[in-house]
Design a protein around this ligand. Structure first.
Ligand code: AMP
Ligand code: MG
Length: 520
């Protein structure tokens, strides 16, 4: 792996140098070979578990890695905290992947840093494995996301109420620049660093903003700032629409967990929607449902407004005119973009649901169909994934049939709606075959259902504790035996494999008691 660290070039204000804490007896548990080959990890290294466990526990630094903890602030549940930062993560550096895209390689759970506040800098095994499983599932579903390269158990017990096995998860992301990174410098009135951060973010994520073609002049500073905001907003819209498409609830959409790259990051208290309810919330700390399933767009827009706040001083600075209302002018410009979020989101949302229903176009009738379907699902407590998967299967039927035991409640409740949908399909320019193909691409047959994820994690925790007690067991083999079938199924979410059926069932209790926690 060839490490570089362009983030270090931004200057000392952006990070603190920090060495990962050594683990007493690191053991590789999961290794993402597919991602490793994208990152051009040499074969020899990728097959040496001993060396991998040293590197990805933080015990040994790969050549060229310069571990740092990044500085950032953040609005947490609406309250601003000026001093957050990586309290349990170390950015080892960046690696160019096989498409020449720069990827951050970050250890999480690798010990305290200057930003740890009162935390221990550690991560428990189950949340580390959870991040691996969830991010791989999201990746396969086609949702923009960070990924995990490895999970290593540290051999150390950490304290989370009970003693838990500790682990380090290696996260791979397009970058770790967050809305909160901009807020960190804006809160300190550090305009110079804000400019540096903006230039770096544009170069890394939106180089097209400054790229000038032969016959056009290079963009003004104001155009760069507004172009950056517009493109960041567009990425957030795509992200949230994708979350809604697959039924993902992030759970903690604080501005420090909002990546400028538009990737899903920080899988702490996330969950998947089972029974459809727009107000579905699973996070134990989300008391007032701020981050409920259907509130995610509104929150993303709010987060973009916080990013816009940070860009105001840069716009004012860039204004070369001599009028005295530069502030209002700057405000009006960012406001237009933030307000436009709503219409752009709605368009993307309508298109996404049209595709989920195999419809070629968004029109008033089709929008009604979506609204009515969601309302019916909510009233009759229908499962989000199974309903769309069944509609996909049954598009050619004259009547909705109870073909599968796990959806036998569908027909009577959706019959009236089904007829309306059939009429819309008939009017569409798509053939039934085309409509079905579109639906198959947009409606997963399997998602990482909460109860299956939890069952697998409980098995893994048990197995690792057995391995710790009886050194003879090979933890890698044991863990891979537990997770590999599940991961294989999750990696083909639009296709039914032989084992898919084992993971499609609804939870017996409808997830009504399911709760997620932050402690990743
Ligand atoms: P998160 O919940 O992962 O988004 O974290 C929010 C903030 O708390 C970040 O600044 C983390 O680095 C910090 N944090 C969370 N858990 C720990 C921990 N165990 N030790 C130190 N810092 C932590
Ligand atoms: Mg976070």
């Amino acid at each position: 792996m060839k490490f570089s660290n362009t983030y270090i070039d931004l200057g000392e204000k952006f990070f603190q140098r920090s060495a990962p804490q050594k683990s007493p007896s690191p053991e590789l548990l999961l290794w993402n070979s597919e991602l490793a080959s994208r990152l051009q990890v040499p074969e020899k290294l990728a097959s040496d578990h001993e060396v991998l466990s040293q590197y990805f526990s933080g015990n040994k630094q790969p050549k060229g890695a310069e571990p740092i903890a990044l500085a950032y602030s953040g609005h947490q549940f609406g309250h601003f905290n000026p001093q957050l930062g990586d309290g349990r993560a170390h950015l080892l550096g960046e690696v160019l992947d096989s498409n020449d895209v720069r990827r951050d390689i970050q250890l999480k759970g690798s010990g305290q840093t200057a930003f740890s506040r009162r935390g221990d800098g550690k991560c428990a095994l189950a949340p580390a494995l959870r991040e691996y499983i969830m991010s791989e599932a999201m990746f396969a579903l086609g949702v923009p996301t960070s990924r995990c390269l490895a999970v290593v158990s540290t051999g150390e017990l950490i304290h989370r109420g009970l003693a838990k096995a500790g682990a380090v998860v290696t996260r791979v992301a397009a970058s770790h620049i967050r809305v909160g990174t901009f807020q960190y410098f804006a809160a300190r009135g550090d305009i110079t660093s804000l400019n540096v951060l903006l230039d770096y973010s544009i170069e890394r994520h939106f180089p097209e903003i400054t790229r000038s073609d032969m016959d056009s002049t290079s963009p003004s500073r104001e155009q760069c700032i507004l172009g950056f905001l517009e493109k960041t907003i567009a990425k957030q819209i795509t992200l949230v629409v994708e979350w809604l498409r697959v039924g993902f609830i992030h759970g903690v959409m604080n501005t420090d967990n909002t990546a400028i790259s538009g990737e899903t990051i920080d899988f702490g208290p996330c969950a998947m929607l089972g029974i459809y309810h727009e107000n579905a919330v699973f996070s134990s700390i989300d008391e007032y449902g701020r981050y409920a399933f259907a509130s995610q767009a509104k929150i993303a827009q709010w987060n973009m407004a916080r990013l816009a706040d940070c860009l105001l001083p840069l716009l004012i600075e860039a204004d070369q005119s001599d009028h005295d209302n530069k502030e209002q002018q700057a405000l009006a410009k960012v406001e237009t973009l933030v307000v436009d979020f709503t219409a752009k989101f709605e368009r993307a949302y309508d298109e996404m649901y049209a595709a989920k229903l195999g419809l070629a176009q968004v029109n008033a009738t089709n929008k009604h169909l979506v609204k009515d379907l969601l309302a019916l699902m909510q009233t009759h407590a229908l499962d989000y994934t199974l309903t769309f998967a069944q509609l996909t299967k049954q598009i050619n039927n004259a009547r909705l049939l109870a073909v599968d035991v796990w959806v036998n409640e569908l027909p009577s409740e959706l019959e009236g709606w089904f007829k309306q949908w059939q009429l819309a399909i008939d009017k569409s320019v798509f053939s039934r075959q085309e409509a079905q193909a579109l639906m198959q691409k947009n409606n997963p047959v399997v998602i990482p259902r909460n109860h299956h994820v939890e069952t697998i994690l409980a098995h893994c925790e048990e197995a690792v504790s057995d391995c710790l007690n009886q050194n003879s067991l090979d933890a890698f083999t044991v863990i891979n035996n537990i997770v590999s079938e599940f991961l294989q199924v999750l990696c083909s979410p639009y296709q039914e494999l032989e084992a898919t059926k084992s993971y499609q069932d609804k939870p017996e209790d409808g997830d009504q008691y399911y709760q997620t926690f932050c402690g990743t």
